[in-house]
Design a protein around this ligand. Structure first.
Ligand code: SF4
Length: 342
């Protein structure tokens, strides 16, 4: 296959809220707005942002649990938004999801064997022997003993349950896994084990990962590239090393500066982003970050900045840090990548 495994183009999701009786205009929640990115086989793209930025809605759109308002999701050359239900069901075999909560995402009435083989049994009948062989293989893949297959989820720890969630996602041999806050409910030491497991599986199978998280330490550990979301839009998309070494968007810079540094010899400029994330029902005009941005200018209040690809390959949506044309660049008095806050 040539080209990226997954290509997302202008993906948008608006929810209409029910208006009051006889109210003419129905309020809209702009959960995801004009999001585009691609993911290669064997790559991990992390999607990061504060709570309410639209990253979990994006995950649900990718697996088509919710339908987009507009935009395309092309998986291995096929547009998932344009196929019928039967074709979508078959396409979904290649794209599996690992959920945040390892406690509620597993059926408490089923054994581990049944839980992890269920996705295959949705497509074909398995004999008891076939099911046990498949379950044993999947358990070994995620570092668990096949002897555990007859236990219910209540007899496993949080980390083991998340391993079961990963085993279930692997059952159909997908080319892409969407992991939505897959380690955020786990202790830090268990988080590291699960992240290492995902990285090892990726090395063995060239599986692609879309890893959604609010935790930048996790993202820095596992990501190849990172997309930073703010109020439904991607505001920066860059390789992991460049993003953490030299954030381009003022919001990315503030997020990274807020992460505690365990090394006492490294000093990080303390940054406080004033205010809350605005409501997606009434987003600010122009750049949605302008009420909280120390660089905000008049233009930022009027015009939505486009996601502009910079010379080093990263894309940034900011009138000041990534001005569009040469005239804009000349007019800018903050040369990229000068620190916004330092
Ligand atoms: Fe700040 Fe303006 Fe850039 Fe938005 S476009 S991040 S308000 S400088």
């Amino acid at each position: 296959m040539s080209g990226p495994l997954l290509k997302v183009e202008n993906l948008t999701k608006h929810y209409s809220l029910r208006g009051r009786f006889l109210e003419k205009s129905v309020p809209m929640v702009r959960a995801v707005e004009d999001v585009s990115f691609s993911v290669d086989a064997g790559e991990t793209l992390c999607i990061v942002g504060e709570s309410g930025c639209g990253k979990s809605t994006l995950a649900r759109l990718l697996v088509q649990i919710v339908k987009p308002t507009r935009g395309r999701i092309v998986l291995a050359g096929t547009d998932m938004t344009a196929v019928d239900a039967n074709a979508l069901r078959i396409l979904r075999r290649s794209m599996q999801m690992v959920f945040q909560d390892p406690y509620s995402s597993l059926n408490p009435r089923l054994t581990a064997e049944r839980i992890i083989t269920e996705p295959v049994e949705n497509f074909q009948r398995l004999s008891g022997q076939q099911r046990r062989t498949l379950a044993a293989d999947l358990l070994r893949k995620v570092g668990m003993s096949p002897e555990m297959m007859s236990r219910p989820p209540s007899e496993f720890s949080g980390g083991q349950r998340q391993r079961l969630g990963i085993a279930r996602a692997l059952a159909l041999e997908p080319s892409l896994i969407i992991a939505d806050e897959a380690v955020s409910a786990l202790d830090v030491s268990v988080q590291a084990q699960i992240l290492n497991l995902l990285a090892d599986l990726q090395q063995q199978t060239k599986i692609a990962l879309v890893f959604i998280s609010h935790d930048l330490r996790v993202v820095e550990y596992i990501g190849h590239r990172v997309a930073v979301m703010y109020l439904g839009r991607i505001v920066e998309l860059a390789k992991c090393e460049s993003l953490f070494a030299r954030p381009g968007h003022p919001y990315t810079e503030a997020l990274i500066a807020a992460v505690p540094v365990p090394d006492p010899t490294r000093v990080r400029v303390e940054v406080v982003v004033e205010g809350e994330v605005p409501s997606p029902i009434t987003p600010p005009s122009g750049c949605a970050f302008h009420p909280r941005c120390p660089l905000a200018a008049e233009r930022c209040r009027i015009e939505v900045p486009a996601l502009v690809t910079m010379a080093d390959g990263r894309a940034v949506a900011c009138h000041v840090r990534a001005p569009l044309g040469p005239a804009d660049r000349a007019a800018s008095n903050v040369p990229f990548p000068a620190s916004t806050y330092g």
